[in-house]
Write a protein that binds this ligand. Sequence first.
Ligand SMILES: *[C@@H]1O[C@H](CO)[C@@H](O)[C@H](O)[C@H]1NC(C)=O
Ligand SMILES: *[C@@H]1O[C@H](CO)[C@@H](O)[C@H](O)[C@H]1NC(C)=O
Length: 191
Amino acid sequence: MMSLALFLATLLAVLGLAPGQVVRGTCPTVDTQPDFNITQYLGDWVEDRKFTTLFELGLTCVKANYALLDNGNIQVTNSGIRPFTRTQTIASAIATVPDPSEPGRLSISFDADRPSGSYLVLDTDYDNYSLVYSCQNFFGLFSAEFAWILKRSRGYQLTASQEAKLYSKLNKYNINPRRFVRVFEPFCSQR
Ligand SMILES: *[C@@H]1O[C@H](CO)[C@@H](O)[C@H](O)[C@H]1NC(C)=O
Ligand SMILES: *[C@@H]1O[C@H](CO)[C@@H](O)[C@H](O)[C@H]1NC(C)=O
């Protein structure tokens, strides 16, 4: 008989998820940044730290760009460099705000054949850092979660008080900040 662990691993592989992402029964209910203003959020963001995923292993110098489309949706362009070939890889997506009363709760879709994911801005000051959370429920049984701290420029160092504020927010929702792995990429371009 297949063990539960093996069953889950197989299921996750089929769903395109990495085992490290599965953490809890169901997704926590989180509050996004009050009065989130997408206009101030547009432009480039790079990674400061993130929960790890297998699908991202190997990509370096990851950068996200958010641009406003005429219809109010957001054009998302994620780019990264493959380490051995040094070639750039780019993924495009569209983000929408399903409920205007909660503008920090975005839905992001990389291609029409896959379910869209959540992109929840928990806290940002727009100029330096952003704490982003994403969680997806599966069959009401378990969920996969992901978190990033993004920053505007690679040289930026989160202050101790910013880090304490963001971590306490995650702890409040029972999201474990110890799962963060710092991104250390001194050889990427600075923006
Ligand atoms: C969002 O920010 C932009 C740019 O600073 C500003 O022009 C706009 O009024 C803001 N929107 C709201 C709803 O506050
Ligand atoms: C955040 O960024 C702004 C604009 O670049 C800067 O003036 C400010 O000092 C930064 N805040 C912190 C805490 O680094």
